[in-house]
Design a protein around this ligand. Structure first.
Ligand code: KIV
Ligand code: NA
Length: 258
């Protein structure tokens, strides 16, 4: 899957599936499952590093995870998040860092948070043929300003302006996070680029979820999430049985010995 194919899906009426991946085990499984795009999200800071926000994540860490995910992915489009303060300083900084991410990971595109605020930067990236996805609505990198990460964004005029600014500036797609379904529908109908929703209702052109959440690994269960498997309890159960087997002398047996 490349950027033009991803964009064309909207015109063809084919809904896009996107999931986050941070390592090669998960990237390979999700790729084999036929997921259209793998997002190396800066949610990595929370679900992989155990931080309370995405703010501490560095560019070097995103490149490290991005390169690993790209190596394990054969078909899906890989999109790597630009972390907090790696593009906000200036569009020159953004071009330099997005270029570094593309060169050093082999990914197909980068993502940044913002619409109107980042219009000039999106334009500069697009002018360098660096495919960029925008992200509007609830923007986790703006948590200090928004107050909390679960704050649904409801200012229709602002949201529409952000989405339109992203498209006009040359974004190839846009994430809509935590906004009312009716506003997401209006944005989806207004834009020609695909909208990828998370907590944005059923009318977007595609959906994205944080993979460890949907498999029950994090215990984070917001209203917009659907649990597709409860792996945490299976893993804890497996580890308990392993420990018990060792204590009882039931593993390893002759069968497991050379
Ligand atoms: O970092 C991330 O995982 C994201 C998605 C939730 C869109 O930005
Ligand atoms: Na992100």
């Amino acid at each position: 899957m490349n950027v033009p194919e991803f964009m064309n899906a909207k015109a063809q009426g084919r809904k896009l599936s996107v999931l986050t991946a941070y390592d090669c085990l998960w990237a390979a499984m999700l790729d084999e499952a036929g997921i259209d795009a793998l997002l190396v999200g800066d949610s990595m800071g929370m679900v992989f590093q155990g931080q309370t926000s995405t703010l501490p994540v560095t560019l070097e860490q995103m490149i490290y995870h991005g390169e690993i995910v790209c190596r394990a992915t054969k078909k899906a489009l890989v999109i790597v998040d630009l972390p907090f303060m790696s593009y906000q300083v200036s569009s020159r900084q953004a071009v330099r860092n997005a270029g570094k991410v593309l060169k050093e990971t082999g990914c197909g595109a980068v993502k940044l948070e913002g619409g109107v605020q980042q219009a000039k930067t999106i334009e500069r990236l697009a002018a360098c043929d660096l495919p960029v996805m925008a992200h509007v609505g609830m923007r986790p990198q703006s948590v200090r300003k928004l107050g909390k990460m679960s704050a649904v964004q409801r200012d229709e005029k602002q949201l529409l302006a952000d989405a339109v600014a992203a498209e006009r500036s040359g974004a190839f797609a846009i994430v809509l996070e935590l906004i009312p379904a009716a506003i997401a529908q209006r944005i989806t109908e207004t834009l020609t680029i695909p909208t990828i929703g998370i907590g944005a209702g059923p009318h977007c052109d595609g959906q994205v979820l944080v993979t460890p959440d949907m498999f029950g690994l994090t215990g984070f269960k917001p209203k917009f999430m659907k649990l597709y498997a409860d792996l945490k309890s299976s893993i804890i159960d497996g580890a308990k049985r392993y420990a018990e087997d060792i204590r009882k002398g039931e593993f390893p047996t002759e069968q497991h010995s050379h």
